[in-house]
Design a protein around this ligand. Structure first.
Ligand code: NDP
Ligand code: 2IT
Length: 444
C-alpha cells in the first residue's frame, strides 16, 4: 500500500468529504508499516475494502412541526464494516450532519469497536435535524418518521444503532418504540434504551466514565495521581457530564464546560452540587451553559473554546476538530500533560502532531471514548440472554475493557524510547483484528 496513492484515489472518487478524508489519512499513515508486512493484504485489496463503507442508505424524512408546517430533513445510515459483528454505532441529530461526517464516524467506529474486544462491526447514522429548540412532540414525530425509513435496514443481528450528539435516552426511546411497532419484535435493535425496556445500567455513564478509566491507566504509566489535577472539559452533554461526575468523585478539579455558544470557567471547580445543576439545566430544562455562569457568578466566554485556560488535563467532549493547532500549542504552553478524547476526532491533524511531538499522554477518541459502545455491546448481550446485570457488574466489565484497550495501545504503540504513541497503538490494534477477520471470510 502506498498511502498517498490510496488517499488521492479516495479523494477523487469521493470529493467534498473532508472529515472522511481526514479520518482515513490518520489511520492509513499509522498502519502503513504494519500493513506492508502482510503482502497478502494488498493482494486482496484490503485497504479499499476497509476504507469504503459496505453501503450507505440516505432518505428523506418528512414530519409535521407544531405549527402544522411540513418539514423535510435528510437521514442516513452508513453500514461500514461487519467483519467482526453486526454493524454497530450511534445516530447523530445535528444541523451539521452530512455524508462526510457520518462516513468519518462510521470508519472510526469500525476500529473502535474492534478494540472493545466485543463482536461488533462499525456503522453510524443520523440526520441534519437539530432537536434543540424543538418540542417533545416534534422530536417524537421526527424520530418516528426517521425510523419508518430506517427500520428495514436494521435488526438485532444486522445493525444496532444507539445515541450520539443530539440523540439521548428520549430519542432512542421514541425510535425504539416505532421500530418495535413496525418490526413486530421487542429485541435489542437499539442500545441506550430506558432501563424499563431492556436498557443497561451504566450505559448513560459509560462514555464519560470509560474515558476517565482510560485516563487513569495512562496516568499510572507515569505514576501521576488524578487527585487535585485541574481538568478542562468541553461540551456539556452526555459525555461531558459523566466525565465531570467521575473526575469530581476522584478528587480532580473540573474548571470548564461548554456548549456551541461558549464556555464557562469556574476557578473554584465544579463540585457535585454545581454539577447536579448542570444535569438539570441541560437534560431537563434543555438550557444553555451560560446560565451556569449567571447562577454561580463565574466567567463565561461567548463564541470561544476553553483551551486557553490553564489546566493539567484536557478532555474534549463536544465535537470533531474542536482543538486546532493553536489550541494545542496554548494547552502545552500552559503545562497540560494529558489529553484524553471523549469526542470523536476532536483534535485536528496539526493538534495531534503537537501533542505527539511534546510526548504528552495523548489518547485518541477511538480508544478513550470506546466505553460507550462497549456498554452498548454489553446491553446487546443482556438483551440476548434476556437478563440484566447489576450496576457493579457492568462497571467492572467496563473498567476491564478500558484496561484491555490500554494494553492493546501499549502493545502496538510503545516506541523504542518508551513513549507510547496511543494513536498508532489504537489504529494498528483495531485494524489488525478487522483485517484478519476480513481475510478469513474471503473477498466480499
Ligand atoms: P450531546 O448531544 O449529549 O452533547 C454534545 C455537546 O457538545 C453539547 O454540549 C453541544 O452543545 C456540544 N456541541 C455539539 N456540536 C457542537 C459544535 N459543532 N460546536 C461546539 N459544541 C458542540 O452529545 P454527546 O455528549 O453524546 O457527544 C459528544 C461527543 O462524544 C461527540 O463527538 C460524540 O460523537 C462523542 N461520543 C459519544 C458517545 C455516546 O455514547 N454518546 C460515545 C462516544 C463518543 P449544544 O448544546 O450547544 O449543541
Ligand atoms: O461514537 C460512539 O461510539 C457512540 N456514539 C456510541 C455508539 C454505540 O453504539 O453505543
Amino acid at each position: 500500500m502506498e498511502v498517498k496513492k490510496v488517499l488521492s484515489d479516495l479523494k477523487r472518487r469521493f470529493p467534498n468529504e473532508p472529515e472522511y478524508h481526514q479520518a482515513v489519512e490518520e489511520v492509513l499513515t499509522t498502519i502503513e508499516e504494519e500493513y506492508n508486512k502482510h503482502p497478502e493484504f494488498d493482494r486482496y485489496n484490503l485497504i479499499e475494502r476497509l476504507c469504503i463503507p459496505d453501503r450507505i442508505f440516505s432518505f428523506r424524512v418528512t414530519w409535521v412541526d407544531d405549527k402544522g408546517q411540513v418539514q423535510t430533513n435528510t437521514g442516513y445510515r452508513i453500514q461500514h464494516n461487519n467483519a467482526i459483528g453486526p454493524y454497530k454505532g450511534g445516530i447523530r441529530f445535528h444541523s451539521s450532519v452530512n455524508q462526510s461526517i457520518l462516513k468519518f464516524l462510521a470508519f472510526e467506529q469500525t476500529f473502535k469497536n474492534s478494540l472493545t474486544t466485543l463482536p461488533m462491526g462499525g456503522g453510524k447514522g443520523g440526520a441534519d435535524f437539530s432537536p434543540r429548540g424543538k418540542s417533545d412532540m416534534e422530536v417524537m414525530r421526527f424520530c418516528q418518521a426517521f425510523v419508518t425509513e430506517l427500520w428495514r435496514h436494521i435488526g438485532p443481528e444486522t445493525d444496532v444503532p444507539a445515541g450520539d450528539i443530539g440523540v439521548g435516552g428520549r430519542e432512542v426511546g421514541y425510535m425504539f418504540g416505532m421500530y418495535k411497532k413496525l418490526a413486530r419484535e421487542h429485541t435489542g435493535t437499539f442500545t441506550g434504551k430506558g432501563l424499563e425496556f431492556g436498557g443497561s445500567l451504566i450505559r448513560p455513564e459509560a462514555t464519560g466514565y470509560g474515558n476517565v478509566y482510560f485516563l487513569l491507566e495512562m496516568l499510572k504509566t507515569r505514576n501521576i495521581d488524578i487527585k487535585g489535577k485541574v481538568v478542562a472539559i468541553s461540551g456539556s452533554g452526555n459525555v461531558a457530564q459523566y466525565t465531570a461526575e467521575k473526575l469530581i468523585s476522584l478528587g480532580a478539579k473540573v474548571i470548564t464546560m461548554s456548549d456551541s455558544n461558549g464556555y464557562i470557567y469556574d476557578p473554584d471547580g465544579i463540585d457535585a452540587e454545581k454539577l447536579a445543576y448542570i444535569f438539570e439545566l441541560k437534560n431537563v430544562q434543555r438550557g444553555r451553559i451560560r446560565e451556569y455562569a449567571e447562577k454561580y457568578g463565574c466567567k463565561y466566554v461567548e463564541g470561544a473554546r476553553p483551551w486557553n485556560e490553564k489546566c493539567d488535563i484536557a478532555m474534549p467532549s463536544a465535537t470533531q476538530n474542536e482543538i486546532d493547532g493553536d489550541d494545542a500549542r496554548a494547552l502545552l504552553k500552559n503545562g497540560c500533560f494529558a489529553v484524553s478524547e471523549g469526542a470523536n476526532m476532536p483534535s485536528t491533524p496539526e493538534a495531534i502532531a503537537e501533542f505527539l511531538n511534546a510526548k504528552i499522554l495523548y489518547a485518541p477518541g477511538k480508544a478513550a471514548n470506546a466505553g460507550g459502545v462497549s456498554v452498548s455491546g454489553l446491553e446487546m448481550t443482556q438483551n440476548s440472554i434476556k437478563l440484566g446485570w447489576s450496576k457493579d457488574e457492568v462497571d467492572e466489565k467496563l473498567k476491564n475493557i478500558m484496561k484491555d484497550i490500554h494494553n492493546q495501545c501499549i502493545r502496538y504503540g510503545k516506541q523504542e524510547d518508551g513513549y507510547v504513541n496511543y494513536v498508532k497503538g489504537a489504529n494498528v490494534a483495531g485494524f489488525m483484528k478487522v483485517a484478519k477477520a476480513m481475510m478469513a471470510q474471503g473477498i466480499l
